[in-house]
Ligand binder design. Structure first.
Ligand code: TRP
Length: 329
């Protein structure tokens, strides 16, 4: 028996190496385990919960899909776009009718994102119901979640239990899984800040689509220090440590071991740049191929949707029936 594992990713643009090492590569590892039946959904509906630009959302959704495909995710996982399965929104409403206003309103993410806003979309409040629907529609058993989504997952398990207790056993109650420890990559120019979170406009960020020249230039300008002897000392030598973390993660060794046999910051930077280009070049090549033919990309997504739709439709039919909605079939 395989374990059904579900995860959703919001279509954020400008993916960078920190996202690759921290989010995409762990998914590839999950997908590579034959005991897992992994579903990955690009959560475009969740992107509607805050102000958005329609053309940009469409572009970002395709970019996210193409990136995941270029990284090789589809070989083992079922990849689809959330909005292509209408059962998610239908189930979300049924779950809203199982949840209370108070439960939604006390979610930390809701409080943080609504604080001080003049206008708050209602979907921001009901966000966790949709996320629960994503998970429960597929009878998912395991959901790998980071800290920021743990509370939402807990609410999903609460709703599943409550629904089952009230209307009969319809949903598998999911459990969270702590994602494997991953490399935490920092900004190259500001190595005490997480990559992508620094105010500086991208000078210290390696984007997945950066050309080799840009990668070499950015790594060359990474912050290091005056000590010519390389040591892994994150507290006192954050710049060198960050490069060691990157090199280790890219070459499959520990940060400390990655520094062995390298002399001096210049050589370290050269090794990091080389490892980055080696990792990213094949991904970029596939990305270019995939995006060169949008029709092909859509057809991959259509197949993805076809593969998963049946399960979701079945679960929703069971939930509808259990709640007392009329079935005409
Ligand atoms: N809300 C998640 C996030 O912001 C994305 C997501 C949507 C998700 N549906 C999901 C995660 C279902 C896990 C399971 O990261």
């Amino acid at each position: 028996m395989t374990t059904r594992v579900f995860t959703g990713l919001k279509p954020t643009g400008q993916l960078q190496i920190g996202n690759y090492l921290g989010a995409i590569r762990p998914l590839l590892d999950l997908a590579a385990d034959p005991d897992n039946d992994l579903l990955v959904s690009v959560a475009d509906l969740h992107a509607l919960t805050v102000q958005h630009d329609p053309a940009r959302l469409r572009a970002l959704t395709l970019e996210m899909v193409a990136t995941l495909l270029a990284c090789g995710l589809n070989a083992r996982a079922k990849l689809f776009v959330q909005s292509s399965i209408p059962a998610h929104t239908e189930l979300s409403y049924l779950l809203e009718s199982t949840a209370t206003y108070g439960e939604m309103a006390r979610m930390i993410q809701f409080k943080e994102k609504s604080r001080g806003q003049e206008s708050v979309r209602l979907s921001l409040l009901t966000y966790p119901a949709l996320m629960a629907a994503d998970i429960l529609a597929y009878q998912s058993e395991v959901v790998p979640v980071g800290d920021d989504q743990r509370q939402h997952l807990e609410l999903a398990t609460t709703l599943a239990r409550r629904f089952n207790g009230t209307y009969g056993d319809v949903f598998t109650v999911p459990r969270g899984a702590t994602p494997a420890e991953t490399a935490r990559v920092k900004d190259l120019r500001d190595p005490t800040t997480k990559m992508g979170k620094s105010g500086a406009a991208g000078a210290g960020v390696i984007f997945l689509r950066d050309e080799p020249d840009a990668i070499v230039a950015k790594v060359r300008r990474a912050v290091t220090d005056n000590n010519p002897t390389l040591t892994y000392d994150p507290r006192n030598r954050s710049g060198v440590a960050n490069l060691a973390v990157l090199l280790g993660a890219l070459t499959g060794s520990s940060p400390g071991a990655a520094l062995d046999e390298i002399q001096g910051a210049a050589a370290l930077k050269a090794a990091v740049a080389e490892a980055l280009v080696e990792t990213l070049a094949p991904i970029q090549k596939r990305y270019r191929e995939l995006t060169a033919d949008p029709a092909e990309l859509l057809s991959v997504l259509r197949s993805g949707a076809e593969v998963v739709a049946g399960d979701a439709v079945k679960t929703v039919a069971n939930a509808r029936e259990a709640m007392g909605l009329l079935s005409l079939h």
